[in-house]
Design a protein around this ligand. Structure first.
Ligand code: 26V
Length: 836
């Protein structure tokens, strides 16, 4: 094996999977010799390399192709056989699928991990190194995209026939580098060496129009509208099989890529204008070039709207074609098709389906609308006003003139309905209108998604309640049965079995291998939570995981952290509402206390941060710099004696999460109450035995209900209290004056203790906090600080800590995305899962 550069980490190499697999035996029934031959054949005939010259990446591709073949056998049977046609299919439309690496997903679900390890070992190749050679598919920003990936795994696992539809971005989320503690963005290039999991289908292409005009013709006395787009793009399909648990079912993730109808302008070329000859093609194909890297504010960018329309239109054309082939009549669409809109990003699909039904298939408007609403449902993932999508009417009119007409008509009919129900209520009409007036007219995509769907769901109990009370209050009043809650979940296959094999093995030994199929079996741990042998086994596994993480921290940050210290972890996108700043302030408070009393027996603690900031989000980037500045000072101060360490790990992604989560002791979920819709990292960490310190926000509320008040550290203002404080006008200066600890912390940061090279660096940040503390950091500081002291106290009693940790794992079964998908299936989609 030659030594070409790979992304292999120490942890990848050190990791060992569970001894037992799905059947309780090492990959029962797999013919290792045959598998080895298949890998070798792929290496020779598909990669074109010999074992002697193959790089780790070559071995990865060969292994992935061999595994893919086994998936494809089942895939083809399910998709091509007439009698296997499911009664109803789900189409999950999402602009983001944050899937990460796929090799271990496939191996684990097929029960092939150990056999593949053995097959490769016989060739002198290490599976863990091969695993590290796969680039992360980072086709998402954060929670919303990762949820879509977990849902794909769960739909395949419990047998919900489904297609995921998205965009095959050439460049996923930017790579985060650090220069002198500041975030730097670098392009991501996951496709540069090809993608062995995908099947290109250049023959599956759909025309996508933009611009032009609408022609109105007389069709036997009725007006008929024909959209004549000025510009055409082709959407081309790339398919990835998604194999579920035990390989019993395979779904499809179909990602669209933009292709120019004309590869080159020969006229321009012949004139000698070589750049101009390619200009149109480059412009058109830019639609699927990059994932929008910001979950900050997507509004207004024309390219983003083009992305949304291309993928929505291609997906609808594809599913309509399939439906007509299968059933011949679009009026039965809702009987056989459920379309889930993952946030408002695909909601242009609502007028697009209307256009297909009315303009292209001549259905009467009312009937088309009934079909549309019965087919669509919509998930809301954030209440933050700045995150609610809206598009300028002028842009929509220029790019999608027919859709704009349809939107006006939908709006007129909705408003008429509302007037009928609540005559004279003009404020109501303004609030539910699809068109936002004033400050330039805009189309509200949230309202479009809401009125075009039969069900609208929030992602945690609290979030759903707040949806009813705030953004959708009036729409909820008019459609009181439409909003429903579906608390998020995570796939335990990736977030426990694959990423934490040591712990998984102990759990299997304790409650039986059936736990891999039935997470509620984790509850059998409850009576064993005080069992010292179990506690010690889990502690030892966690310690080994921490050792692996420590090696990565040493590699990447050049800091040694003590695996016996408490690993206090905050990993997520950097946003003011998620309050990484609160965590840093507490870090400084501990640091101050240590300097004041250097010889006290301080509890060893490591603060670990990771997460990306949107490139344009100045404050978030400054918070990253502050974390790095604090790390630099704290880690090198001899008075601290190494008892407090701070590390900001660069380039947080799915693969890094898979290493950090199994190594965490404490999970930071400290958003301003009412602002985090759900959170899913909170679930992953609690499942892996970390205790949560958190506010009563998002799914933290339900985690608390499941694990019990004694096994979680809850602090701070509730959503209601946050609301009340904001209404009254919150005085941060008074809060700081009342807290000597906080005052000292802010003074130190403001005075440049952590930025001696540029003492004024944080003046604005601190003054800003005092003038307008929009996220109530100062209001919650004392409560947070006190909660951290409760953490210390419990950590000192290892048996009590491990008891709580086990109780957490034991009660997390409900947060499996299999449960979530089961609820979507029965209460939104009306689909019966065939398995599980
Ligand atoms: C967040 C923000 C924050 C401030 C400014 C603008 C802005 C725009 C978008 C977003 C989040 C986009 C949607 C999203 O990713 N939501 C996340 O969805 C997860 C899955 O449901 C959920 O667990 C997270 O709580 C939620 O933030």
């Amino acid at each position: 094996m030659t030594d070409t550069a790979t992304a292999t980490t120490t942890a990848d190499v050190a990791r060992r999977p569970v001894r037992e697999t799905a059947d309780g035996t090492p990959d029962a029934g797999v013919d290792v010799t045959k598998l080895r031959k298949e890998i070798l054949a792929e290496l020779t005939y598909s990669v074109g390399r010999s074992p002697e010259t193959a790089s780790v990446r070559d071995w990865f591709v060969a292994t992935a192709l061999a595994v893919r073949d086994r998936i494809v056998d089942r895939w083809v049977i399910e998709h091509d056989s007439e009698h296997a046609r499911p009664k109803k299919r789900v189409y999950y439309l999402s602009l983001e699928f944050l899937i990460g690496r796929m090799l271990f997903d496939a191996l684990h679900n097929l029960g092939l991990t150990e056999a593949t390890r053995e097959a490769l070992a016989g060739l002198g190749v290490d599976l863990d190194q091969v695993r590290g050679a796969e680039p992360d598919a980072a086709l998402g920003n954060g929670g919303l995209g990762r949820l879509a990936a977990c849902f794909m795994d769960s739909m395949a696992s419990i047998g919900v026939p489904a297609f995921g539809y998205g965009i095959r971005y050439d460049h996923g989320l930017f790579r985060q580098g650090m220069r002198d503690g500041w975030q730097q963005e670098y392009p991501e290039d996951w496709l540069s060496f090809g993608n062995p999991w995908e099947f290109a289908h250049p023959e599956v292409d759909y025309p996508i129009g933009f611009g032009g005009y609408v022609e109105q013709v007389n069709d036997g006395g009725k007006p008929k509208h024909i959209w004549r787009p000025a510009e055409k793009v082709e959407a081309v399909a790339f398919d990835m099989p998604v194999v579920g648990w035990r390989g019993r079912h395979v779904n499809t993730l179909r990602l669209w890529s933009a292709r120019a109808p004309d590869p080159i302008s020969l006229d321009a070329f012949n004139r000698g204008d070589y750049v101009g000859a390619l200009a149109d093609r480059v412009r058109i194909e830019s639609i699927s070039k990059v994932l929008y890297p910001s979950d900050e504010t997507p509004n207004g960018q024309e390219l983003r709207l083009r992305q949304e329309f291309m993928f929505a239109s291609a997906s609808l054309q594809d599913l309509v074609r399939r439906h007509i082939e299968d059933y011949g009549d679009l009026r039965t669409l809702p009987d056989h098709v459920a379309i889930q809109l993952n946030d408002t990003h695909p909601s242009i699909a609502v007028p697009e389906l209307m256009r297909i039904l009315v303009d292209l298939h001549d259905l009467p408007w009312a009937e088309a609308w009934q079909i549309t609403v019965a087919t669509f449902s919509y998930t809301n993932h954030t209440l933050l006003p700045e995150a609610l999508e809206s598009w300028p009417v002028s842009l929509m009119e220029r790019l999608l003139p027919r859709h704009m007409q349809i939107i006006y008509l939908i709006n007129a009919l909705e408003l008429e309905g509302a007037r009928g129900k609540r005559p004279g209520d003009d404020a109501l009409l303004a609030s539910i209108s699809l068109i936002e007036e004033g400050g330039g007219r805009r189309v509200r995509m949230g309202v479009l998604a809401f009125v075009g769907s039969h069900k609208v769901n929030g992602v945690s109990a609290l979030h759903t309640e707040l949806m009813k009370q705030t953004v959708f209050r009036d729409l909820h009043g008019l459609h009181p049965h439409r909003i429903t809650n579906k608390t998020n979940g995570i796939t335990f296959r990736r977030w426990l079995a694959q990423c934490n094999p040591r712990m998984t093995q102990i759990l299997i030994d304790a409650v039986g291998v059936e736990v891999l199929d039935d997470p509620s079996r984790l509850e059998r741990l409850i009576p064993m939570a005080r069992d010292s042998a179990l506690q010690e086994a889990l502690y030892a596994a966690k310690r080994e995981n921490k050792m692996e993480l420590a090696r990565i921290v040493a590699d990447r940050n050049d800091v040694w952290v003590d695996p016996d210290a408490l690993f206090d972890v905050q990993i997520k996108r950097i946003h003011e509402y998620k309050r990484q700043l609160l965590n840093i302030l507490e870090t400084v408070a501990i640091y101050n206390a240590m300097r004041a009393q250097p010889m006290r027996a301080w509890m060893p603690r490591v603060k670990i941060f990771a997460g990306k900031a949107a490139a344009s989000y100045r404050q978030a980037k400054l918070i990253i710099k502050l974390a790095n500045d604090v790390a630099k000072v704290v880690n090198s101060d001899p008075t601290v004696r190494g008892l407090l360490k701070v590390a900001f790990l660069p380039n947080y992604n799915v693969s890094l999460a898979e290493v950090i989560i199994p190594a965490a002791d404490l999970s930071e979920q400290i958003s301003t109450a009412g602002m985090e819709a759900s959170g899913t990292g909170n679930m992953k960490l609690a499942l892996n035995g970390a205790l949560t310190i958190g506010t009563l926000d998002g799914a933290n509320v339900e985690i608390k209900e499941h694990v019990g008040d004694d096994h979680i550290f809850i602090f701070g203002l509730t959503a209601q209290e946050v609301e009340a404080r904001k209404r009254k006008g919150f005085d941060a200066r008074a809060a700081v004056d009342a807290s000597p600890t906080l005052k000292q912390v802010l003074d130190a940061i403001r005075d440049g203790v952590f930025s001696p090279d540029d003492p004024g660096r944080y003046r604005e940040l601190v003054d800003g906090l005092l003038d307008h503390d929009n996220f109530l950091v100062t209001a919650d500081f004392d409560a947070y600080f006190a909660a951290q002291r409760r953490v210390y106290k419990l950590w000192r009693d290892r048996a009590a800590w491990m008891n709580s940790s086990i109780i957490n794992t034991a009660n997390m079964g409900w947060f499996s995305s299999d449960r979530t998908i089961g609820e979507y299936a029965s209460e939104i989609w009306d689909v019966k899962p065939t398995l599980g």
